[in-house]
Ligand binder design. Structure first.
Ligand SMILES: Cc1cc2nc3c(=O)[nH]c(=O)nc-3n(C[C@H](O)[C@H](O)[C@H](O)COP(=O)(O)OP(=O)(O)OC[C@H]3O[C@@H](n4cnc5c(N)ncnc54)[C@H](O)[C@@H]3O)c2cc1C
Length: 406
């Protein structure tokens, strides 16, 4: 099997390495990550809400595959205690009157509840911790079609599995250039260790760009003569993790809930109860927040007014005295205008005039990003399908609608 270098150790890169390592020696897979702290990006700070069927037709197959992979992995590896995997119920406090496709979600302020499958007709049973809210409650998910994880713990679990399989993690490190052979074919990639400033050439014929919102920068660095810009932007989001005596271990038997509150201009509050006594609050998003050089730098850009707004929502729902803040966050979703991710080989014609790659499965430059609000939900399916694509195996989901439009 050809050596594969994956750029970006968020949940998408790590999941791709995990599934690749099931069919080739781990030592032929490299993960490269520049952030001094692992998972300081969206993958560590996301809500961790999973859905089976809240997706537009182009990503429906991938979404369903991924939901099933989450279920299977959690069953096999005790996901409940290791990364808080649990079935959930979605509740809308003011559900939209008509359903829209999820690809409109990336508008700032729109609610992902607009994409709910809406299959349920069950009477509304509000979670106990929602006692602060007196309004209408409606269940908006079908039974067994939504779930919850702690995305940081899941990412850490996948990475540990990769390392156990022999995958090489280069961290903190950055890919600075690619080299070609006498036929102008991709032959190696130069990785700079950012602590020691030493450089290493890794012979490889496969490269996967999975650097989230940083993917366009990674592509421009490695293929400077290309002239092609990856159609990926960033959508920033603030979040809070809080604790409350209303949601503790003893309440976990009632199951997790995903609560979608009424959308206000620029703010669609989402509140998730998670295993481990945590409640996650988010929904305040921005397309203008500049992407930091490193994921860890996000901390210094956390906006106090944004955090206060999220705290206000937590107090509204849980009661004024019942909120202990555990973690504040700001992170950046990789987004596409069409609202669906890109899982694709990048055509050689986009790499620049003097760069070719070997035909699959011996070589290629691939892109796996742009998952917007669904990167945790779609992570395992994406890793599985990307590994199949790279290794030239049959794909487990139809991703023909998730190609790169060039
Ligand atoms: C507030 C918020 C809540 C969310 N909630 C949910 C949810 O409930 N459910 C859900 O499914 N999704 C959710 N998401 C979306 C989800 O978090 C993302 O879609 C997903 O984490 C994207 O994963 P990724 O691996 O593509 O990107 P990232 O997690 O951003 O990882 C990319 C990695 O690439 C690295 N990188 C940067 N530059 C380079 C470089 N030059 N070379 C190599 N690597 C580089 C970064 O440091 C980072 O580690 C949420 C997102 C936000 C912001």
């Amino acid at each position: 099997m050809a050596t594969t270098v994956i750029l970006g150790a968020g949940i998408i890169g790590t999941s791709t390495a995990y599934y690749l390592s099931k069919h080739q020696p781990g030592s032929s897979i490299h993960l490269v990550e520049p952030s001094p702290e692992l998972f300081a990006s969206a993958s560590g700070f996301a809500g961790g809400f999973l859905a089976k069927d809240w997706f537009s037709p182009a990503s429906a197959g991938l979404g369903a595959l991924s939901f099933e992979e989450h279920r299977r992995l959690a069953e096999r590896e005790d996901g409940r205690s290791r990364w808080g995997y649990a079935a959930s119920t979605s509740v809308g406090l003011s559900p939209p009157t008509h359903k829209k496709r999820v690809d409109v979600w990336c508008r700032v302020g729109a609610s992902r509840a607009e994409a709910a499958s809406g299959a349920a007709t069950a009477p509304a049973v509000a979670p106990e911790w929602l006692s602060g809210h007196g309004g209408a409650v409606e269940v908006i998910s079908g039974e067994g079609t939504v779930a919850q994880v702690d995305p940081l713990q899941l990412s850490q679990f996948l990475l540990q599995k990769c390392i156990d399989a022999g995958v090489r993690l280069h961290h903190p490190a950055k890919a600075i250039s690619i080299q070609t052979d006498v036929r102008n074919e991709l032959a190696s990639i130069c990785i700079a260790d950012t602590l020691s400033s030493s450089e290493t050439d890794i012979p490889c014929t496969n490269v996967v760009i999975a650097a989230g919102a940083w993917s366009p920068q990674v592509f421009a660095t490695l293929f400077p003569t290309s002239g092609f810009e990856l159609p990926v932007s960033s959508l920033a989001g603030h979040s809070l993790v809080v604790k409350s005596p209303k949601w503790t271990k003893e309440h976990e038997g009632d199951g997790c809930h995903a609560v979608f509150m009424e959308s206000k201009p620029g703010y669609s509050p989402e509140i998730f109860s998670r295993i481990g006594g945590h409640i996650y609050v988010a929904g305040l998003n921005s397309t203008t927040e500049p992407l930091p050089a490193l994921a860890t730098d996000s901390k210094s850009s956390i906006s106090r007014p944004a955090i206060e707004k999220l705290r206000g929502t937590a107090r509204e729902v849980l009661g004024a005295d019942d909120v202990e803040v555990v973690r504040e966050g700001l992170c950046f979703r990789p987004a596409t205008d069409r609202g669906t991710p890109i899982l694709s080989r990048i055509p050689d014609s986009c790499l620049g005039p003097a760069v070719n790659t070997r035909p699959a499965p011996e070589g290629g430059v691939y892109l796996a990003t742009g998952h917007g609000p669904w990167g945790i939900s779609m992570s395992l399916g994406t890793g599985k399908v990307m590994a199949e694509m790279i290794q030239g195996r049959e794909l487990s989901a139809d991703v023909s609608g998730l190609g790169l439009n060039v």
